[in-house]
Design a protein around this ligand. Sequence first.
Ligand code: ADP
Length: 380
Amino acid sequence: MNNDIQYLTQKLEEIQKQLSHKELIVDNILESTLAGYWDWHIPDNYEYLSPTFKKMFGYEDDEMPNAPESWQKIIYPEDLNTLFMLYEKHVESKGVFPFDMEARYFHKDGSTVWVYCRGKVVEWDENGSPLRMVGSHIDITQLKRSEEIEKYARQLELKNKELEQFAYVTSHDLQEPLRTINSFTQLLEEQYKDKLDESANKFLFYLSQASNRMSTLIKDLLDYSRIGVNKEKNIVDCNALIRLVQEDFEPKINEIGATLIIEDLPLIHGYETDLRLLFQNILSNALKFRKKDNPLIIRVSAIQEDKFWKFAFQDNGIGISPNHKERIFTIFQRLHTQSDYEGTGIGLAHCKKIIDLHGGTIWVQSELNMGSIFYFTIPL
Ligand code: ADP
């Protein structure tokens, strides 16, 4: 008898030891996974809520009573209804229908906490009524946020493609009627110049000017919507590229007596045609927005910084007020009237799109009257 008692006591101690060991493991798992768990004693409506469960919603252990009402008060009402429905199905199916769902709760600070909740009835009475249910809570807020960001980015990408397609189709289709307008205006100018009075000739001049401007606008828009379409990246020698662009601008450079200083530029991995347009746009702006009374000096350089090549196009022109530093990269945004400086307001938007396509960034450092430095980065 004594031996039996001794044996049983020993066994009990062993079981207790194992239990506290298991408890320690569970606590550690909860601590490291930030999961919470609950244990609902259904007949007396007591529900143990682990401290990690409460912490998930910003509450200390003693701030939240161990009762179902505690979480029912902070769950989104529509998610509470779904949970009740799930619970009924789970009980009706005698535990076969899974009780798990993603639910939203209000954190103590008012933000939303997304939780993956999973539970199971673990004890039933002899009539088949549930006696005890246990379950776990996992915080999936970060996951939900990144899913939403990803979804939003996908939608944005799609919308962007649609817009580009739209810009391409409209600008392409607009070219045709505009060509007709242009050629008839030209004919009118050539054949009727002497027969028309001064006002009519002036109107004709405005008409021709406006249609030329529209041609440029449409051509720029078409180029803009074509960036990166069906092209492949190559190794591009930026020294050779800038030389080509410089040659294109040679007459203008000579006319205004500008000095172009070009430092050694790198080989990069990119879309050659687009990069040529990028150089062209930045250089043509530097030539255009020069100070009338100051010899123009343009310096082009590039340095390696981290995993990027950082290019700089510096001029000593009219500069840009820091308030407009972001705006100028948006399509059709200009800071001057047509009579001051000609342009379509697409050039820098074009540049931004090209740099985005290469995975880099473009920005300007400038002050009004103090010249500008256009920087952009291209990944190595
Ligand atoms: P556009 O040259 O056709 O006006 P852009 O998109 O190329 O259009 O440039 C937008 C605006 O940014 C210009 O209208 C001008 O006000 C400003 N800008 C661009 N480059 C320079 C520069 N190098 N110096 C001063 N202002 C500039």
